[in-house]
Design a protein around this ligand. Sequence first.
Ligand SMILES: Cc1cc2nc3c(=O)[nH]c(=O)nc-3n(C[C@H](O)[C@H](O)[C@H](O)COP(=O)(O)OP(=O)(O)OC[C@H]3O[C@@H](n4cnc5c(N)ncnc54)[C@H](O)[C@@H]3O)c2cc1C
Length: 291
Amino acid sequence: MRPEHDVPLSRFTTVGTGGPARWLGRPASRAELEQALTFASERELEVAVVGLGSNLLVADDGVDALVLRLAGELAEVHVDGELLLAGGGAANAVALHRARAAGLGGFEFACAIPGTAGGGVWMNAGAYGSDWRAVMARAEVVTADGSGWLTPDELGLEYRRSSLRPGQVVAAVEFRLQPRDPDEIRRTVRELNTRRKEAQPTNKRTFGSVFKNPEHELSAGRMLEACGLKGHRVGGAQISPKHANFIENAGDATTADALALMGEARRRAHETFGVDLHHEVQLLGPIAVPA
Ligand SMILES: Cc1cc2nc3c(=O)[nH]c(=O)nc-3n(C[C@H](O)[C@H](O)[C@H](O)COP(=O)(O)OP(=O)(O)OC[C@H]3O[C@@H](n4cnc5c(N)ncnc54)[C@H](O)[C@@H]3O)c2cc1C
């Protein structure tokens, strides 16, 4: 597996912005992942991972790193009794489908999270009162120096964060689920999807929640709505008219447009509520949210 050179990452992010990766590797097995990590360490390249790019803003000027997208065996899902073993690159939709077919419940909350098993570990993704921490037994983390299985505590999983660092690749995730009737699972998923469609822009190019909810009676979305930011636009990026904690690519948005909007949102939340909002979206490349 030889990484490709100068590959645009905008097609690997749900918001559709971002410049090229200097190198993009798509390892399809453990052996190829190890080769890719060796390729990077021989060239002293940083390593980054993209899952489904659903919580990711990539620098418009690109990323000077080896960016990995796990494929093949590293994106497969297997069921073993009440354990669901997902490759780090497995889409949540596939994992949920396999869980339902095997009559295993507990992962329904992930129906609204359009990412991968590995991306979910990085973010401790969650919704509707559950998260990765609640359903995950352990995850296998691979680096250039070796690999190991880590528990949620060892991974430091908390509200939308983990202690993982660039260069640590989540190659596999073991979920511990419980027996549940597939029809009940289907019903729950349908209800959750309906709720989601009512509240959030589900048919737009976004990157999920922009900011984490602050410790405040108002959620980040309600706070930014109260600041009058719904529909506010910079370049091709706009704050969703439906839910103020989402930024939509309303045309030819760039990552710089989205960051400028985020800076404005932070400024207004601070001015109006005295609250410092912290971004949930992950940044790849030499970029930052304006202070
Ligand atoms: C419409 C919409 C709704 C959403 N709703 C929710 C929600 O309800 N709850 C929620 O928590 N999130 C939500 N999200 C955000 C997003 O889907 C989650 O954070 C998801 O877990 C990100 O997974 P990903 O594979 O897309 O990761 P990416 O966005 O590709 O990457 C996110 C971070 O994880 C790292 N990463 C990804 N894969 C790996 C890996 N295998 N090993 C190591 N690091 C890795 C990346 O380097 C990056 O830092 C939503 C997004 C959208 C677009």
